[in-house]
Write a protein that binds this ligand. Structure first.
Ligand SMILES: NC(=O)c1ccc[n+]([C@@H]2O[C@H](COP(=O)([O-])OP(=O)(O)OC[C@H]3O[C@@H](n4cnc5c(N)ncnc54)[C@H](O)[C@@H]3O)[C@@H](O)[C@H]2O)c1
Length: 343
């Protein structure tokens, strides 16, 4: 097990890369009381490996990432007479971690919490970094807190039951981390993408560890996203716009967004063509798309609604080379052209 640590203003976090779900009970110090928050699917698959703590189960899926679900969890906590000494443990993907972290950091003004992240995306992204929250009226993560989990357990064994599509979505975020901040990881992925897709233990383990390190480093310097943490949005500006207008998964949208951002980086003279094709090739070999059909009109409408927009300019993460990103403001027209060129 590799233990990485993140120290933030909102708490310290230990990321336990390669730890088994079976050992989760060890992380409740001094035999304290704990309650598990999980979803129905994860409970169905893995409750045999859960410690004997009471469970607050929620329905699975993004559409249940709401205040109503959180309210149900509060009721369960109340029924269990949860007090400040309790630990809350989210076991599941990004949805469960976001909800469990939010419920824990608001109930009684904040309980200690930890996660066992069971999707690749949660292990490299959602569970790490201390952002928690829920959606409101179709706005993603509109309500939430910054508060660090005291631990994040990443067991690679549980990834075997994930649909292939979910593995690819997690890989999209790993490619993102490599592209913005870790050239060595980028090269590793170029050599080992197939065995990562097959979840070969040592390669996926290395990729998860390095990807977590990227996020920990950046969050350690900019916990509240005042500057550098925005680099983690590489591929996400166009990605989010695409998610609003197409039936496309988050990972696929980010993949298309990264390809578009690379194209724009070339146009602006920041990135060489050869490095652009390396990124495109890597994304494709991960089984992810680099283009999609969207109308200019709907894309423009979606970009207008972007939280990071300022007038007719939008903050964009661009690449200078694999492993080095810069943040620049670009005009709508430039962003649209980048998307255009992808078809
Ligand atoms: N807080 C952050 O910093 C942050 C960062 C990125 C994403 N997110 C959030 O993460 C969410 C997406 O997370 P996700 O992709 O993990 O989705 P998810 O949590 O919905 O999980 C996807 C599906 O996989 C199932 N599942 C979970 N573990 C499994 C396993 N081991 N085997 C089989 N099935 C399993 C779940 O029940 C669910 O149906 C979004 O809501 C997003 O906003 C948050």
């Amino acid at each position: 097990v590799i233990s990485l640590s993140l120290s933030g203003k909102t708490g310290d976090s230990r990321i336990l890369v390669g730890e088994s779900l079976e050992n989760l009970g060890r992380y409740a110090r001094d035999g304290r009381q704990a309650v598990i928050v999980t979803d129905d699917r994860v409970r169905g698959l893995y409750s045999g490996a859960f410690p004997g703590w009471p469970v607050a189960a929620i329905p699975e899926g993004e559409r249940f990432k709401t205040l109503r679900t959180v309210s149900g969890i509060y009721e369960r906590f109340l029924g269990l007479e949860v007090d400040r000494s309790w630990l809350v443990v989210g076991i599941g993907g990004g949805v469960v971690c976001d909800i469990a972290g939010y419920a824990a950091s608001t109930y009684l003004r904040g309980l200690e919490f930890g996660f066992a992240a069971t999707t690749l995306l949660a292990q490299v992204d959602a569970a790490v970094g201390g952002k928690n929250g829920v959606n409101l009226r179709g706005y993603k993560n509109l309500v939430g807190t910054f508060s660090q989990p005291s631990f994040v357990l990443c067991d690679f064994g549980v990834l075997r039951t994930l649909p292939a599509k979910e593995i690819r979505c997690g890989l999209a975020e790993i490619i993102k981390s490599a592209a913005i901040a870790d050239e060595g990881l980028f090269e590793f992925l170029e050599e080992n993408i197939t065995s990562c897709l097959d979840l070969e233990r040592s390669t996926i383990g290395h990729a998860v560890e390095r990807s977590c390190r990227v996020k920990i480093d950046i969050v350690g310097r900019d916990e509240r996203e005042a500057g550098e943490r925005r680099k983690l949005n590489f591929g996400h500006t166009l990605g989010h716009a695409l998610e609003k207008i197409r039936r496309i998964s988050h990972g696929e949208a980010v993949a298309v967004g990264m390809a578009a951002a690379a194209r724009l980086s070339v146009r602006k003279g920041l990135l060489g063509r050869e490095d652009e094709s390396r990124l495109i090739t890597l994304i494709r070999r991960a089984g992810l798309p680099t283009e999609t059909n969207v109308s200019r009109l709907s894309l423009r409408a979606a970009l207008v609604r972007d939280k990071k927009r300022q007038g007719d300019r939008i903050r964009f993460v661009l690449l200078e080379k694999p492993g080095r990103a810069v943040i620049q403001e670009v005009t709508f027209e430039e962003a649209m052209e980048a998307a255009d060129g992808l078809r």
